[in-house]
Design a protein around this ligand. Structure first.
Ligand code: BES
Ligand code: MN
Ligand code: ZN
Length: 495
């Protein structure tokens, strides 16, 4: 999708469709809708349909007018943005996605979005473009009768300082494309997204954006003594891939070195502790954490913050076979810790244990992992908030600022020492499951053992990496959660 800015008056915008936000400034139960612009021509054009009560400002309500007399645009689309008092860039991002999704099936291929004046212009430009990219993605690539209905170009009609707004636009484009790159990877089924194929995508993208990328196989896992990662990989006929990507810009300080570690389980059958058949097809998205990190690296390489970043993706299938690890087996992780395997379906923490350890060995001073780690985080937080865990409050605070910028939601869960009891083993240093209760926490406690004293965040995206239903602003399927926040976080160390 091409992106443009226009600084002309809205009435002059020659476009297939001009989109404007309608807000509700109601007190109590009386609604009073108004268009979120000071432009007289747009106000006048919308006046009748608002007065009739058809356009109310209700969230995601869309009203389309053809041939608006006072505008050069062929159509005017009103999108409801809810209560004026609560309206911010977060809502605006979604509205841009909703505008895209409402115009696509109508045959509109390009449109202009009028930035509402109540949001600072640079934030508005960024939110509108990011949201439009989110809305423009559809996961139907394997339908033979697929109609490509993508929006080809968006123009943001805005006012203000041109260089700053162009910078905001360029950043948003990179973020939007990178998030969709992640979503494309996550959308692929297990037979078309093996560890090897995932690594090929990482390598190809790295070449395009100028990242160093190395891909290692089973030999390297053994050489590094990654017994936890290999314990999972040994059961599959598909070779594992240890993907290492490096962003080392000239002029970046020696420290910090940010380490992004992703779970890249390209299909999770559960292994010998095999999952029930019902819904197992969804386990193709168990590499979402890895794809998230790869997408974030793409954006980082293009946005060029002055900070070193190393990305490690531990890619493997989790399969039952004659070679597969068994419950009761004991594996020695790269760090030297011994792990009693209670349930082979708790494989994500095993591959991440060695990924985190390797990141520390490579000199990372700050670690973040992303993983579709537990069903328990879905029980705890549903599909709205990802789970976030931290062993360092300063790093957590910095990340919450990145989340706010990106408009993403995560909720912090605890890591008290008491939980460690649940993963104590009789025979080894640690068990890979912690019983029925607090499953998201005990999984995180397991990882914490491998982050050791390095500041670390763990993002459990099991409930948020895949949209169970479509929403007005986003299709059902892979969401690309966390990509934008991770990039904002990296940028916070030196834009
Ligand atoms: N990949 C799953 C977690 C998952 C669940 C992701 C639902 C996406 C949606 C993970 O490997 C897993 O199987 N976890 C087990 C852990 C249990 C055996 C301790 C789980 O959550 O049931
Ligand atoms: Mn599993
Ligand atoms: Zn898994």
């Amino acid at each position: 999708m091409k992106t443009n800015l226009s600084f002309s008056t809205p009435a002059e915008a020659e476009t297939e469709c001009l989109v404007t936000v309608v807000l509700d400034r109601a007190e109590k139960d009386k609604t009073e809708a108004f268009v979120a612009t000071n432009d007289k021509a747009v106000q006048d054009t919308a006046a009748e349909v608002i007065a009739s009560g058809e356009a109310t400002g209700k969230n995601f309500e869309t009203t389309l007018l053809h041939n608006p007399a006072r505008l050069k645009a062929k159509r005017l689309l009103l999108v409801g943005g809810g209560k004026a008092k609560q309206f911010s860039a977060v809502e605006l991002r979604k509205l841009a996605g909703a505008a895209v999704r409402s115009l696509k099936p109508k045959g509109v291929r390009s449109f202009a979005f009028l930035a509402p004046e109540s949001v600072p212009a640079d934030e508005a430009v960024k939110a509108i473009i990011e949201g439009a990219f989110v809305g423009n993605f559809d996961p139907d690539s394997y339908k033979s009768d697929r109609k490509d209905q993508k929006i080809e170009a968006i123009t943001v009609v805005t006012r203000g300082e041109q260089p700053a707004l162009h910078k905001a636009m360029d950043e948003a484009l990179i973020l939007g494309e990178s998030q969709n790159f992640t979503r494309q990877l996550v959308n692929e089924p297990g037979n078309r997204m093996t560890p090897t194929i995932l690594a090929d995508h990482a390598r190809k993208m790295s070449q395009e954006v100028g990242l160093k990328c190395e891909v290692y196989g089973a030999e390297k896992l053994k050489e590094l003594k990654m017994g936890a990662f290999w314990g999972v990989a040994q059961g599959s006929d598909e070779p594992p891939a240890l993907i290492v990507m490096r962003y080392e810009p000239a002029g970046a300080p020696e420290k910090p070195v940010l380490g992004l570690v992703g779970k890249g389980v390209t299909f999770d059958t559960g292994g010998i502790s095999i999952k029930a058949a019902d819904g197992m097809e969804k386990m193709k998205y168990d590499m979402a954490g890895g794809a998230t990190m790869i997408g974030a690296m793409r954006a980082i390489a293009l946005l060029k913050p002055k900070v070193k970043v190393i990305c490690i993706v531990c890619a493997t299938e989790n399969m039952p076979s004659g070679k597969a690890q068994k419950p009761g087996d004991i594996q020695t992780a790269m760090s030297g810790k011994t792990i009693e395997i209670i349930n082979t379906d708790a494989e994500g923490r095993l591959v991440l244990a060695d990924g985190l350890c390797y990141a520390r060995q490579l000199g990372c001073t700050h670690l973040i992992d992303a993983a579709t780690l537990t069903g328990a985080v879905v029980v705890a937080l549903g599909y709205t908030n990802a789970g976030i865990f931290a062993n360092d409050d300063v790093m957590y605070d910095r990340f919450t600022r990145a989340l706010a910028k990106a408009g993403e939601k995560m909720w912090r869960l605890p890591l008290d020492d008491e939980y460690k009891e649940q993963i104590r083993s009789n025979i080894a240093d640690i068990m890979n499951t912690g019983g029925r209760y607090g499953g998201a926490v005990t999984a995180a406690m397991f990882l914490k053992e491998f982050a050791e004293d390095t500041p670390w965040l763990h993002l459990d995206i099991a409930g948020t990496a895949w949209m169970e239903d479509s929403k007005p602003w986003i299709a059902k399927g892979p969401s690309g959660i966390a990509v934008r926040s991770l990039v904002e976080f990296a940028k916070s160390f030196g834009a």
